[in-house]
Design a protein around this ligand. Structure first.
Ligand code: SF4
Length: 368
């Protein structure tokens, strides 16, 4: 089959273009994904080839459990890449009950066939109810459906906070006794490679990059102690936040609608959980990398952290005072002591080395 200079077949590029993604944008997406994965841009053609290879078989089954389908919404509304085309069509998403055309018995058949063939990446959206009668798919308890689909999978991606830890559906008092994928696997005694993509909703670029990582290298990325890819969850939001220089300078929003808010000051006093939340949100952002929560003026509510939302409720409450050896930072002392507060918050998450570099004046500072 004829290949162009990038090693991708003409037929495949025609198929991609037919889906509304031109060759240039497709290769741009591959280059951006290479950067997300920490690879050289020279890997872009290899990523394109891996996606082409994946288009020949159905590698992804996506099941919705207890959630509002916000992650599916994020997927189909993503504009860069045109994920509906790249992931749904090019990566042959085999089953997604929210957006697939099939319904009823036809949909059940697809799921049954996927189990027979096995070898797929199981994408789980939503928490899993463990109390009988509180969540059914096709007449079966969600926990049973999860078990059936997890066993033949080669790997599982838990997308969004509901899937990783239960999220909003598992918030107190959690009458359906909803749990996340990791807990469900333990409960069922199933051992599978698992990646947790916390956030509400999932960042589609994180998701497609993890899938591409698997297609390209045949393995899942390195994860942290709670199963999140280190490449996306290795630094606190606060470290890369565009309002960081205001935090360091003691310039805070104290009231919405104020002059300070219009000047883009730091949202710490409005309840921002950025110092305690690990995610690449400030770098990758959402909606064609245009914006993100803090960029749009809302304090980070900590949705990338296990235990959310209960852990950080109420969302507009300031973080509690943070203690570190020989120093106690209170919310009244922030400003002059801002850097120390930050250090304390980050020390809680045991990433002291990066912070000590910043405190010595070696690190990034804010953008504004
Ligand atoms: Fe950004 Fe929040 Fe940190 Fe302020 S406290 S710099 S708004 S992450």
């Amino acid at each position: 089959m004829a290949e162009n200079d990038d090693g991708i077949t003409r037929q495949f590029l025609d198929a991609v273009e037919f889906r509304g993604v031109n060759r240039r944008d497709f290769l741009k997406y591959c280059g951006a994904t290479a950067a997300l994965l920490g690879l050289s841009e020279l890997y872009a053609p290899k990523i394109a080839a891996a996606i082409e290879e994946a288009s020949k078989r159905p590698p992804v089954v996506w099941i919705n459990f207890a959630s509002d389908s916000g992650c599916t919404e994020a997927l189909i509304k993503a504009t860069y890449p045109n994920a509906a085309d790249l992931v749904l069509d090019v990566l042959s998403l085999d089953y997604n009950e929210t957006i697939m055309a099939a319904a009823g018995k036809q949909a059940e058949e697809i799921l049954t066939n996927s189990r027979k063939e096995g070898g797929y990446i199981l994408v789980v959206e939503g928490g899993i109810p463990t109390r009988k009668g509180f969540g059914m798919i096709g007449g079966k308890e969600m926990m049973d459906v999860f078990k059936e689909q997890a066993v033949p999978a080669v790997a599982i991606l838990a997308v969004g906070s509901c899937a990783t830890c239960g999220g909003v559906p598992a918030a107190a008092p959690n009458p359906a006794q909803i749990i996340g994928v990791s807990q469900a696997l333990t409960k069922l005694g199933i051992n599978k490679p698992l990646v947790n993509l916390d956030l509400c909703p999932v960042n589609v670029e994180f998701l497609t990059a993890v899938i591409v990582n698997y297609l390209l290298l045949g393995k899942l990325p390195e994860v942290d102690s709670v199963g999140r890819p280190k490449m996306f969850y290795g630094q606190p939001i606060h470290q890369n936040c565009e309002r960081r220089s205001h935090f360091d300078g003691g310039r805070f929003v104290e009231k919405f609608g104020s002059k300070e808010e219009s000047l883009g000051y730091c949202l710490f006093k409005m309840g921002c959980k950025g110092p305690m939340t690990y995610s690449a949100c400030p770098k990758v952002r959402y909606n064609n990398r245009v914006s993100w929560c803090i960029g749009a003026g809302g304090p980070c509510i900590g949705c990338a952290e296990p235990g959310w939302p209960d852990k950080f409720a109420g969302f507009y409450n300031r973080l509690p005072d943070v203690k570190m050896a020989g120093y106690q930072a209170t919310t009244e002392k922030i400003g002059a002591a801002a850097a120390i507060v930050t250090a304390a918050g980050i020390a809680v998450h045991a990433l002291g080395s990066a912070v000590s570099g910043r405190l010595k004046g070696k690190d990034e500072g804010g953008e504004k």
